[in-house]
Design a protein around this ligand. Sequence first.
Ligand code: GLN
Length: 245
Amino acid sequence: MELTLVHLYPDLLNIYGDQGNVAALNYRCAQRGIKLKLKNLGAGEVLVAGSFDLIFGGGGQDSQQASVSRYLPGQSAVLKQAARRGVPMLTICGSYQLFGRYFKPFTGPMLKGIGIFPAYTVASKTRKIGNIVITTSLGKLVGFENHSGNTFLDQPGLALGRVMAGNGNNGTDQTEGCRVNNVFGCYLHGSLLPKNPPLADYLITTALELKYRRQINLRPLDDRLEWQAHQTAVKICLKSGWRNW
Ligand code: GLN
């Protein structure tokens, strides 16, 4: 079996190890004999409907997001159609914000998003930086956040998870991230997927089931190291008492 992953604007949105998410998906596919073809979507390039099985977008500085916001809306129809079909997508921080309705940076004009997430983001004076642990329907997720943006969801029930320690979407409503169908957005850098195997395998399984129209049970991998990293990060984060809710 094979899958095609499109990495959105990797030259512009790719900070705090976000590339590691692509490496983790590639590794977890290769270990199971699944070929993962990687396509980068560069500035000005057109995303072709039906040409991908997975989408990944990373984080970036406000200025890089300003560049991306000139191109991303042009891909909105294809991305929304894929989202409705259930195509799995993972967007981290800067791209998460641009998958909402808009991101208002601290200086400069509002950046139009594509509105897959019923949410908006406004930059704030305080950066939210540190380890973060959230509980989700896929279990605990652990990562590292670094954002000035405060994201507000139209309904709290759309959140990807509830913050156990850290700030999350805005440091006030205990929500973190957003999930619509199989489109995931969150502030968890780190990178996220290597330390959170269930989410990585969920994305792979969902993409395969959609493409091959049958139930897929991925062979379990030897994830001892991944789980050691996960549990250590969770322990450190919860022990630090940083914004434990
Ligand atoms: N520039 C955005 C913010 O500061 C996103 C940052 C990021 O992608 N880490 O909120």
